[in-house]
Structure formats: C-alpha cells, structure tokens
Design a protein around this ligand. Sequence first.
Ligand SMILES: Cc1cc2nc3c(=O)[nH]c(=O)nc-3n(C[C@H](O)[C@H](O)[C@H](O)COP(=O)(O)OP(=O)(O)OC[C@H]3O[C@@H](n4cnc5c(N)ncnc54)[C@H](O)[C@@H]3O)c2cc1C
Length: 477
Amino acid sequence: MNTHYEVVIVGAGSAGLAALREVKKRTQDFLLVNDGPWGTTCARVGCMPSKVLIEAANAYHRRGAFEEFGIRGAGALSVDLPAVLRRVRRLRDGFVKGTLQATDGLGERAVSGRARLLGPGRLEVNGREISARAIVLATGSSPVVPPAWRSLGERLLTTDTLFELESLPPRIAVVGLGAIGVEMAQALARLGIAVSAFGRGHLGGLSDAKVSAAATALLGGEFALHLGAEAEVTAADGAIRVRAGDAEATVDAVLAALGRRPNLAGLGLETLGVTLDARGMPPFDPNTQQVADQPLFLAGDANGARALLHEAADEGHIAGLNAVRVANGEKPACYARRTPLAIVFSEPNIAVAGRRHADLADTPIIEGEVDFARQGRARAGQRNHGLMRLYAEPETGKLLGAEMCAPAAEHMAHLLALALDRGMTVRELLRLPFYHPVLEEGLRSALRELAAQLPAAGESDLNSCGSFEGIGAEALE
Ligand SMILES: Cc1cc2nc3c(=O)[nH]c(=O)nc-3n(C[C@H](O)[C@H](O)[C@H](O)COP(=O)(O)OP(=O)(O)OC[C@H]3O[C@@H](n4cnc5c(N)ncnc54)[C@H](O)[C@@H]3O)c2cc1C
C-alpha cells in the first residue's frame, strides 16, 4: 500500500462508489477504504431488502380484498415467514453482488479498515499513515439505539439485524415512525405480526397536518399506533414492556427505528481545525460537498442532510468530481441540487415533492387537495384511500410542493417533481392529457381546486390555437 494518493475515498457505500466512478475516470492514483462489510447499506440492509419484505407483506395482505372482488378461498392462505425471509436474503445477496462489481479489480487500491483523520490531507488506516491531495468522507450512518435498550440483547432489532432473522417473533414494537419505522411497522403487521408502533409527531416525514391525519387513520387501522409521548422500553418477566404516556404494549422484540446518525464519531474531525456544531458536524457546502475550505468532501448520509439513496449518489458524484479538481489545484465546482423528492413505501405510499408544507409557513400559498375515497379508478382496485395536497403561488399559480398519502403516490410524486423542476404552473399542468380512468385524474382534481383559486383565465383547460394563454374552466370532465 502506498502512503500518498491523489484522492482517498473513505466509505464504499452508494456515495463512496459514486465518488469512485468519477475519480477512476480521471486518475488511477486513488485509495478506497471501507470499514465493515462491503456491498452498501442500500443493498445489504436498507432500501432493497426492506422493499423485498414489503412486497411479500403487500402480496399477502391483498387477500383481504379478494372476497369483495368475488374471489373465494382467501382464508386458506397462510404466510411462511422463514420462506419470506429467505427470499429477502436471496434477492439481497444478488443486489449486493451487483454493487461489489464496482470494486472488483481494484486490487490494493481497495482496502478494508477503519480510517481516521490525522489532520487536513492526512489519515490513518490500519495503523498506517497516509496523505492525500483530497479526501472524500462517505462514511454513511447507523441506526440510533438508546444505550439502555442494549440490555435487550437479541430482542433489540434494527434494520441491520431484522432481515437476518430466520423467522419473526409474534409481537414486535416498532419505536420511531419516520420512513423506515412506517415501512417496517406496516410490513410486519401485514405479515401477521402483532405490531405496536410508537412515534412522536407526524408520520413518515410528513409535515402537512391533514395528510398526516389521513396517514395516521389509515395505518392505525392496520396496527396499534401510538403517537405523542416518548416510548420507554423495559425488560419484564421474559417479555418486553413498552410504555408511552397512557399506551402500553408487551412484546417479544423491539425494532428501534429512531432515525440514523452520521458515522462521524472517532473519525478525527477535530484534527481539521474547523468549528464543529453541537452535533459534531463540520460546516460543508451542499453544492460542492466541500468541508470549509479544506481539501475534504463530505457526501451521503455522513453529512446528515438528505439521507436518501439518490441524494447520496449525487453527493458522491459531486464529491468525486471536486476531489479530483482540488487534487489538481483547481477550485471545486458548484452543482445545483435536484428538486426534493422523498417516498415512503407504505400502502398507500407517503410522498413529498418540492417544498414541504412546513417549509412554506412564511410563504403565501393556495392549497388544493383530493381525497381518493371517491376516485373512480382507485375504487375499481379497492385502493380508494388517502389524501393528496398541493401548494402553489397565489398570483402566478406556480406549483411549489406537494405532500400525499395516496395510492401510486410514488409515481405521481415523480410527475410532480418533474413539474416542479420545470417551474410549471397549475394551468400548464392542467393542459397535459389525463387518460381515463387513471389515478392521476385525482391529481387533476387537486390541480383544479388550485386553479379555481387563481385569477380568472380563459374558458377552457385547452389553449386557444396559436396562444399559450390560459385556461380556467374544466374541460373533458
Ligand atoms: C431500512 C432502510 C431502508 C431505506 N430505504 C430507502 C429507500 O427506499 N429509498 C432511499 O432513497 N433511501 C433509503 N434508505 C437510505 C439509503 O439506504 C441511504 O441514504 C444510503 O444507503 C446512504 O449511502 P451512503 O453511501 O451515505 O452510506 P453507506 O452505504 O452506509 O456507506 C458507508 C460506508 O462507510 C463505511 N465506513 C463508516 N465509517 C468508516 C470509517 N471510519 N472508515 C472506513 N469506512 C467507514 C461503512 O461501513 C459503510 O460501508 C434506507 C435506509 C435503510 C436503513
């Protein structure tokens, strides 16, 4: 192993591998250091195994709709939990294999070990001091677990351990109802586990009280849902007791879903000479990923900003490009970030596109919504549950953001993100074709509610020939 490199990347997760892709195209003088298992959090214990579990849970849950469709015999179906978990791991192994190809053939330029900073441009790896012209830190994050809960031993689960189980215990408490908590609580409940879920505020990253209330009512119909008070966990008589305010549950295991903390402890950030904030985070620029004015770039979950896969990949990409620039004596380049988009794979999906309702508290907005209870296509599929809310500028009708707990929200949120990215107005969106019958007709209803609050325009959804001017009345109803 050399002791000097142009670029050193710490962490071979999605951010680190995105950085590697850019670095490798520009220099062969690099080192990739990874602590723990290779294969990325997303593929090993994150996005992918969780979605495999959710798909099995949703498939089994669907039996509840059969009778209404006129399909008999659903009561004879059962779930084979060990088989479900074996499939999770089988597919997981395939996803991991795919990510490992990114580091195949790197030889001595990929090493296992824990890196620690010794100062600007200096690190220690496996007891060896290394210098670099630029460093990318992409060390990811880990589940937050209150130290007292550790006494539960193997009965304390996180998503790092859940998918390794041979089977699932009959009663599980899910504590924490952000994206991961919501997804796992619903999936476990749909697989027949008695789930007691505990959360503090809005579900799944929502900030709009009406959408959150809709999500709470829908999910609360599937498992015991307790929101508000902080949960206390104690071991009692072979079982585990979880208490939050007046709510109490006795369970066999607890899934800690209290969020994830950037893996920065023990990384030696204090050796950089930059001021760390109360959380121990150094100042960094989200458009360059640079830490202060140092030859150091912080990407992915490690910077605690946008703990999502596509954002981690973008940040690694930016960090990789800029690490090479800085190593070559150039200034880092500034990259615009994408329209915010976050999806929780519950049923109905929870999604946020653009600005959240809470972020618009000081901005004048108009709001439009659709309740999917009466939406035609949703009713046909027995998926007529949920609420979508859209926010727009009152004068121009420019779309600003959306929050929803709605069927197929994962797709409609992408459509809205496209519109937001293009700075489209409500009327421009209403000019698009909406096929019949589709769930997007629900989105059109919410857009029409917004349009009704805008200054009056022409008399049709359609443009006049040769004109790009507005619409006002509903066409093609
Ligand atoms: C259950 C679950 C479900 C999720 N679902 C989704 C989803 O549906 N959609 C979505 O967008 N996102 C999802 N995420 C989030 C997504 O997985 C993460 O945002 C993404 O994986 C972060 O990638 P990363 O490169 O920052 O970190 P990681 O992939 O964790 O990589 C960091 C690497 O750095 C290593 N490392 C740490 N410290 C050191 C050190 N000192 N020296 C050397 N190496 C070190 C770690 O061991 C690790 O290998 C989910 C996460 C979880 C846990």
